[in-house]
Design a protein around this ligand. Structure first.
Ligand code: FE2
Ligand code: FE2
Length: 415
């Protein structure tokens, strides 16, 4: 984002990225903690998110509340309140400082004085008192002083990458869940054989990718996600009605969670580990597009045969899907199933076919038995060698596959 939009001017002397780096550098030089350094670095992220200044000399004519936009975004990315609130209050910190310190007001640049008027002008004395009594307000005032100084043309500062450890420190402290060491790429190095296998068969299965202890942690993080309320600010919980074996009536259960990665430290560690190996097989860096946790309760529905590529084709030409087994998986509890040797044929189903259910006509009335299912897949789609490669997986295993693979899963017949 900063690479793309950070080059626009912040004021006549510095760009957005220069202003951000100078602010963070000033905080770092004074030995401030990671929260304040990160807040200083990202305090104007709202301007950058809106690309507010680009080619727009009179951007100060309108107050687009960049502090609120930035704070909301930072919160959604999992930053702690110490960072989020400092950013949220950095405009009001100026209103506070100008109210209590005449010398501060006189030292402001003309541009800053102009924006102050737009933002409501100096606080009345009672408002100043209320403001500074709020949690994190003093932190915002410190940030504000760096903000005001960070306007030196051609000042040499460390690059953005320099502040990565501080960002990770604040992120890792903010989110719930434990963590395990994110593996470095060199620790996850794939052999040439593994890469060749992936390219030939369109999937790679890595037993023991997570240790048993890590697998236990992942299971615990899944349990944590399951307890998140139905309506979250960012995450999504999807429910389904199921008829558990032996139950006289349907019950509503959680089917899957989505969009939680940035809100949970443990899941980010999982993603980081997976990310380290993906790039090696794909030959270029990969970005996480979507994460979800499928629960597959007893009686929980399976999903129809489909190709993920049909849905993602418009976003990128190269994508893959990764699966981490949390419990032992087999055909009885509705494990993932994939057709073999079809990934090179491109799209067999169109998105509209998948949406209308045409691609899987008849599949939903099939019994979930392995042999019948395999036979029907073969008959219906002319697939050769339909396999349940994920059958009888233990929970430490990891699989990823190209998104042209046709896959489905049965309903869960687990007790
Ligand atoms: Fe600002
Ligand atoms: Fe600023």
């Amino acid at each position: 984002m900063y690479a793309k939009y950070g080059g626009s001017l912040y004021d006549p002397s510095v760009t957005q990225i220069e202003h951000a780096l100078q602010s963070a550098y000033l905080a770092e030089q004074e030995g401030k903690d990671a929260d304040l350094i990160v807040a200083a670095l990202l305090h104007d992220v709202g301007h950058v998110l809106m690309d507010e200044h680009a080619g727009n000399a009179d951007f100060l004519k309108e107050d687009k509340v960049h502090e609120a936009i930035g704070a909301r975004w930072l919160k959604s990315r999992g930053f702690p309140d110490e960072v989020v609130q400092a950013v949220q209050y950095h405009v009001n910190a100026k209103r506070y400082l100008t109210a209590v310190d005449a010398a501060y007001y006189n030292g402001l640049s003309e541009m800053s004085k102009r924006s102050l008027e737009l933002q409501g002008g100096p606080f009345a004395p009672e408002d100043a008192e209320t403001f500074i009594g709020q949690e994190h307000a003093k932190r915002a005032v410190s940030l504000r002083l760096y903000d005001d100084k960070a306007k030196t043309a051609n000042l040499v500062t460390p690059p953005l990458e320099h502040f990565r450890p501080a960002i990770l420190e604040t992120l890792s402290r903010a989110a719930p869940g434990g963590t395990f060491d994110s593996c470095k790429v060199e620790d996850c190095e794939l052999t040439e054989d593994m890469i060749a296998t992936y390219q030939r068969q369109g999937w790679l299965h890595m037993p023991g990718f997570f240790t048993v202890a890590e697998s236990e942690m992942i299971r615990q993080w899944a349990d944590e996600l399951e307890t998140w309320p139905e309506s979250g600010e960012e995450w999504m919980q999807h429910y389904e009605w199921v008829e558990p074996p032996g139950s006289p009536e349907k019950v509503r259960v959680l089917a899957r969670s989505e969009n939680f990665m940035h809100l949970h430290r443990g899941w980010r560690a999982v993603a980081s580990r997976v990310h380290a190996v993906l790039a090696q097989c794909e030959g270029h860096d990969m970005a996480l597009f979507k994460e979800k946790l499928n629960y597959k309760s007893p009686g929980g529905a399976g999903f129809r045969p489909h190709q993920d590529a049909a849905a993602y084709g418009k976003f990128a030409s190269s994508h893959c899907t990764c699966m981490v087994a949390i419990d032992n998986a087999d055909s009885a509890n509705g494990c993932l199933q994939m057709a073999s040797a079809v990934h090179q044929q491109g799209l067999s189903f169109s998105t509209s076919q998948i949406r209308s259910g045409l691609c899987c006509k008849g599949m939903d009335v099939l019994p979930c038995g392995r042999a019948e299912h395999a036979a029907r897949m073969e008959m219906q789609y002319g697939m050769i060698g339909y396999r349940e490669i994920c059958s009888n997986w233990s929970a430490t295993e990891f699989l990823w596959f190209q998104t042209f693979r046709i896959r489905d899963s049965c309903c869960s017949r687990a007790e």
